[in-house]
Design a protein around this ligand. Structure first.
Ligand code: 26W
Length: 810
């Protein structure tokens, strides 16, 4: 803190009184939360001003992280920790009989993201600030973040998430940085006096972007960066001419149209291809951000286009902001008058692209027809980029039409479309995958010709998570134990946490470690009681699968295993298994029917199992509603077992796997994504690996995968799959789970049945290992000690050393 403890405490009271017109006698927990946030924000603001002054004076090189999603979660407890004022806040609140935990719980999650990709962006912002790197995040200030999920009669119901309804104490609105963006219209082919093509964009619509900044405080450093989010507004309050002609309603609805762009986050993390509003969102935030960073570049004297690429690097978080490539070409060529090759040389030095998925349906394509309507000039520019790109291809592989087709940005056919991944690869100087295996598959399967065409462009940056949020702040007791043994250096340099590994031989330490886990489980049990009205025993194994609901993530494999255990127990009520609580948290995309059916199935099985006295409480199945960052911070410290069971080759990385391992949870997982590297770090003896490998999956598919055969030949599988379709679990909604049963028998696109037996065997090993308390404790400690590689500080250092090349500004 750069003010005294007493001054800070006083500041909370001043904000309560002067910003909120409250006194301690009538303040609600929410008031205390807002007042405390404002006082903390004041601390951050001082540093923010200093950081910006330093960056500007030194005319630093900066990275600009463009992302359609930032899943920030709550900010208060992180910001208190970053500025070192937790104790002071606790004291002040205590003096007024207020529990700081209730105050923290009042904050709405900033849920401007779907899942892994958005949360990664948030962890990266934390690491960039903590490592003193000059960085700006750019995104959209959605009025409605990811929907709030309720479970009604076992079904997912979506409600709007109006997180800013009552204001956001963390942001600064900057109307002076408002940008105007054009959409729609047409292009006039105009030539200047020298005969140069000077296209003119006419008949366009305009929309404005207003900047809102959220300061991002580094942990234990003076650096404060910012996340700049754009909110869309219509350009004029009302179209007055329409108003005068009696078109009041039309005038207002035009205004509403302009404001629609930043209304809501698309709740889908697989496909939103073809949705016009989504394309408008992408262009809106990209255009605002580019104009803004160009404005900022030209502010210090002496800067010009000549040194633009020395000062600016832009990281594209997946292809969602890929329209930035033709947009920067348009600015440089059409507006600034650079010749094509000069403009392209700059573009190609500025952009770097991160790929987050291999799933073909998640690779964005925009129909040429739609692009021409919404962004007519960009459509032309992409064609021009492609023409020049293909002429280079022609030079390397003369006359090879097949190569050209594969490498083209344009997908020909009845619905001609732009492949945004190809545009991103061509437009960027670096393309990275997010885990070692993912990058291998990216090069070998998705982009082999590109890898050959652009040798050295592809690289790996294994994901990471911030140890501040995902250990220091979510698991205070474990953090304190670790710090008591090795000091607190690990919070900023996670490699230091390796020093706790020898303590696994210390019986006292093991006891402390596992008692903390137990207390975290007691706390989670209370949350489960509160949210699900189910009693669970904290001495049971807490078996956790928390992530978006997707077939490839295979929550239904987990469910089949639960059904097998249930059946085994009904056959033999004395069966000796350690009691288990299966804990799920997952949102399904609202239009993803099978995913929603899986949620219903989990809840239906839970209802039966939890109330079946015959099994003597040995199994419990709970589905925690509305999984989000703040709920993750409560589940993760209480987990014993981490389910990472995607079909090999499908999960690009995973980051929940890292958070859980860091908190001493053992992984049961396939050799997929970052699980492979977690296994390398903790060692095969400290993880439960099962199932078909990527090569085996490919081999099975090559032969022709036949789930029906497995179903018919394996009695257990047949039993549990038929059970799902039998209405035993859903007597009030007959047939509601049939689609799941049929999918498993006739499609099973993600090979659940092929991995079922191996999974059950691995689960038996888990059961056996858990009974040996000492052994389990040692394994858990090794996990916490040896996953330091998965700190996002390491990831960001790698990005910086290999791609961004920024100077830390201390
Ligand atoms: C076009 C719609 C759409 C939206 C989001 C398609 C794809 C996405 C993302 C790629 C989904 C996502 O979050 N991917 C996850 O990214 C994480 C961070 O790198 C990885 O850890 C996950 O494995 C990957 O699924």
């Amino acid at each position: 803190m750069n003010i005294s403890k007493d001054e800070f405490k006083e500041s909370i009271l001043v904000h309560l009184r002067q910003s909120l017109a409250r006194v301690p006698g009538n303040a609600t927990d929410r008031d205390w939360s807002t007042a405390t946030s404002m006082a903390v924000k004041d601390l951050i603001t001082e540093r923010f001003i200093n950081t910006m002054a330093k960056h500007n004076e030194q005319n630093v090189r900066r990275v600009h992280y463009l992302s359609l999603e930032f899943l920030m979660g709550r900010l208060l407890s992180n910001n208190m920790a970053a500025t070192g004022c937790v104790e002071a806040a606790k004291e002040l609140l205590n003096e007024y009989g207020v529990d700081i935990n209730n105050v923290i719980d009042e904050e709405d999650d900033m849920a401007l993201g779907n899942g892994g990709l958005g949360r990664l962006a948030a962890c990266f912002l934390d690491s960039m600030a903590t490592l003193d790197l000059p960085a700006v995040g750019y995104g959209i200030r959605y009025e409605f973040g990811l929907f709030r999920q309720e479970i009604e009669n076992g079904h997912q119901i979506e409600h709007p998430d109006s997180w800013i309804k009552f204001g956001n104490p963390w942001e600064f609105c900057h109307p002076e940085y408002t940008q105007t963006v054009k959409l729609y219209g047409c292009i006039e082919n105009v030539f200047d006096d020298s005969g140069n093509y000077k296209p003119e964009w006419t008949n366009y619509k305009e929309v404005q972007g207003v900047a809102y900044d959220v300061p991002i405080a580094g942990y234990g450093t003076e650096t404060v960066n910012f996340l700049r989010l754009w909110e869309s507004r219509s350009t004029e309050d009302l179209d007055l001419s329409a108003f005068n002609e009696g078109g009041y309603i039309e005038a207002v609805s035009e205004k509403i149209e302009g404001e629609t762009i930043s209304k809501v986050l698309y709740p889908n993390d697989k496909t939103v291809n073809g949705k016009e509003l989504r394309l408008c969102q992408q262009y809106f935030f990209v255009a605002c951000s580019l104009k803004d960073l160009i404005r900022r570049h030209f502010r210090p004297e002496g800067n010009s286009w000549a040194n633009f690429a020395d000062k600016v690097v832009i990281q594209l978080n997946d292809t969602h902001p890929a329209i930035a490539v033709p947009e920067l070409m348009r600015i440089l060529h059409d507006e600034e008058g650079l010749v094509w090759n000069e403009a392209w040389a700059i573009v190609n030095k500025v952009f770097a692209y991160t790929n987050h998925t291999l799933l073909p349906e998640a690779l964005e394509q925009w129909s040429v027809a739609l692009m021409r309507r919404v962004l007519p000039r960009h459509a032309q520019i992409i064609f021009e980029i492609n023409k020049r790109h293909l002429s280079e291809v022609q030079k390397k592989w003369p006359g090879d039409a097949a190569k050209k087709e594969i490498l083209s940005i344009v997908q020909e056919g009845h619905n001609q479309s732009f492949r945004m991944a190809h545009l991103s690869v061509v437009g960027s100087f670096s393309v990275n995958g997010v885990a070692a295996l993912h990058t291998i598959l990216l090069k070998a399967n998705l982009f082999p010709e590109f890898d050959e065409f652009f040798p050295g462009k592809f690289n790996n940056k294994t994901n990471g998570v911030t140890p501040r949020r995902w250990l220091r702040n979510c698991n205070e007791e474990l953090s304190a134990l670790i710090t008591s043994k090795i000091g607190e250096g690990w919070v900023k340099d996670l490699s230091e946490i390796r020093a706790i590994e020898p303590f696994k031989e210390d019986a006292e330490f093991r006891k402390d470690f596992m008692e903390i886990k137990h207390r975290n489980k007691v706390k989670l049990a209370a949350v489960i009681k509160d949210l699900c009205d189910v009693e669970v025993d904290p001495s049971a194994i807490f078996d956790v699968q928390i992530k978006r609901l997707h077939e490839y993530k295979r929550q239904h494999l987990n469910l089949l295993h639960i059904l097998k255990l249930y059946k085994d127990l009904l056959d033999n009520p004395d069966l000796d298994i350690h009691p288990r609580v299966f804990i799920f948290g997952a949102k399904a995309a609202p239009g993803y029917e099978l995913a929603k059916t899986i949620i219903k199935a989990i809840n239906a099985v839970g209802d039966k199992v939890n109330n079946d006295e015959r099994i003597k409480g040995k199994l419990k199945v709970v589905f925690l509603p509305n999984y989000r960052v703040s709920l993750a911070s409560r589940i993760i410290p209480a987990s014993d077992l981490s389910e990472q069971i995607s079909t090999a080759g499908k999960e690009a990385s995973g980051t929940g796997n890292m958070k859980l391992a860091l908190n001493g949870s053992l992984t049961i997982g396939t050799l997929d994504g970052a699980n492979v590297e977690i296994c390398e770090e903790v060692g095969e003896d400290n993880i439960f690996i099962f199932g078909n490998t990527v090569e085996e999956v490919e081999a099975i598919q090559a032969k022709g995968y036949d789930p029906q055969k497995i179903y018919e030949e394996n009695e257990t599988i047949k039993h549990v799959v038929d059970w799902i379709g039998s209405n035993y679990f859903t007597p009030d909604e007959p047939g509601v789970l049939n689609s799941l049963r049929d999918d498993l028998i006739y499609h099973d696109s993600f090979m659940v049945l092929a991995d079922f037996e191996a999974y059950c065997e691995a689960q038996e090993k888990v059961d056996a290992a858990y009974r040996d308390k000492d052994k389990w404790a040692k394994m858990a400690i090794v996990n916490t000690a040896f996953v330091d590689k998965f700190s996002s500080d390491r990831t960001i250092s790698d990005y910086n050393n290999d791609i961004w090349k920024l100077e830390p500004i201390g």
